[in-house]
Design a binder for this molecule. Structure first.
Ligand code: AFP
Length: 407
């Protein structure tokens, strides 16, 4: 994929099946920002391809690059991605709308407060906000007309339907308001989205498993339940002190921050790389006694400063995956919701939490694993399948993987 922001020559390594073919881009100067003095890239764009690194920051200032502009340029340079970038127009609008409903939800006049009074298919309390955000995102995506199947993956909505749109090529999986149990306390929440390619138009019951599915449903589900390695894009929106949107199209991670004064997401972090080393872990420690022995031992070492790095770690846990992963990406750390003796597969859903967030983490240079296998390589067997997850800084997550391997 080509990026041409500023007079950008982005020659990016394509390391996974998710990514699109990398090509060099010529200088287009489509966004007029100041060039740094002569660089290797300017002299010889191809020279950069050897380093296999995006060259965003070195070549130009990215101040004022909006998400819209970013996607326009991606589409212009990669016409085959035009439909995908259209979906991001819908996600942009939906995240702005969801920012507003989340922000206003605690006002006494708000109708979004409180529980819906219903319990969803997984026995969880459903909030009005879950339903509202689900509708916002579903409608925004549907009206792009780009989805073959729009798989509503929310954990907290009973609105788990499959929406069929005619003749288009993508399927979107999402959790519209992850961490919604926190929202009444003003704690960060987020939206998680994964986009796969999909060739069929079909109707399926998301709850059908194995023999319960008709042949057609089984075929359609098989097309929909794809491993994370098939993701063509993933994104999250974080509703916190600022609203952030982080995206990947299989070519690095780009973070945008909502500037409410102009109503635009503006590029704030280009080509995010999670620090390889860290001293933060982020897990629900109330479950410590029930974790597997290898994980317990590693975390114990981190607490005591006797782990591989010799550093004494500190703990940060919001209980809202998007917030915890966002901090992990920026500061380094290990976020996890591991399996335990009570819930062997932990709590997070593979299809619409684990896989998209793993795609983002890997694209930022981190690792995401169950402890024993790469989350991205697991094919979901059913829509709401759970999966143990540890993700974050390469060296610290590797310490956990080594401990499991030595078990
Ligand atoms: P809710 O959406 O029900 O608030 O759950 C949030 C979540 O799925 C994920 O965002 C958190 O990391 C995790 O659950 C927190 O779970 P615990 O409350 O068990 O720590």
């Amino acid at each position: 994929m080509k990026f041409s922001l500023c007079v950008l020559v982005a020659v990016v390594a394509v390391s996974s099946t998710n990514a699109f073919t990398a090509r060099t881009s010529s200088s287009r100067g489509m966004i007029s920002t100041k060039l740094h003095s002569t660089t290797e890239t300017e002299a010889n764009p191809m020279a950069r391809s050897k380093s296999k690194q995006p060259v965003f920051d070195e070549v130009c200032e990215t101040t004022g690059v909006t998400l819209t502009r970013f996607m326009n340029e991606v589409a212009m340079l990669n016409p085959e991605l035009r439909e995908l970038t259209t979906l991001f127009g819908a996600i942009d609008t939906a995240c702005k709308a969801m920012t507003n409903v989340v922000k206003r939800s605690q006002l006494p006049s708000s109708e979004t407060l409180g529980y819906q009074g219903a319990v969803n298919i997984q026995g969880e309390d459903q909030k009005k906000l879950d339903v509202i955000t689900n509708d916002i995102l579903k409608r925004a995506l549907r009206f792009t007309g780009r989805l073959g199947v729009d798989l509503i993956g929310t954990a907290n909505s009973d609105n788990q339907e499959i929406v069929i749109e005619e003749g288009e090529k993508y399927v979107a999986v999402f959790d519209p308001l992850d961490g919604s149990s926190n929202v009444d306390a003003g704690i960060p929440t987020g939206t998680i989205i994964g986009i796969y390619e999909h060739s069929d138009n079909c109707e399926i019951d998301p709850e059908c498993i194995g023999d319960e599915c008709t042949e057609l449903e089984a075929q359609c589900l098989a097309n929909t339940l794809q491993p994370g390695t098939n993701l063509v894009a993933a994104a999250y929106c974080l509703y916190s002190s600022s609203t952030f949107m982080a995206i990947t199209l299989g070519n690095g991670v780009y973070m945008f921050c909502l500037d409410e004064t102009i109503g635009e997401f503006v590029l704030s972090h280009a080509n995010v790389k999670v620090p390889a080393d860290c001293n933060i872990y982020s897990m629900n420690e109330a479950n410590f006694d029930k974790w597997d022995a290898p994980l317990k031992n590693v975390v114990k070492g981190w607490r005591e400063g006797t782990g591989k790095s010799g550093e004494r770690f500190t703990s940060r846990y919001i209980g809202s995956m998007v917030g915890d992963v966002h901090r992990t990406l920026l500061y380094g750390g290990v976020f996890g919701y591991p399996g335990d003796t009570k819930n062997v597969n932990g709590k997070l859903r593979l299809l619409y939490e684990g896989a998209p967030m793993s795609f983002i983490m890997e694209q930022a240079g981190g690792i995401s694993s169950t402890g024993k296998e790469r989350v991205m390589e697991i094919t979901p067997e059913y829509v709401h399948q759970r999966i143990p997850v540890v993700m974050g800084s390469k060296n610290a997550v590797q310490e956990i993987l080594d401990a499991y391997a030595a078990e």
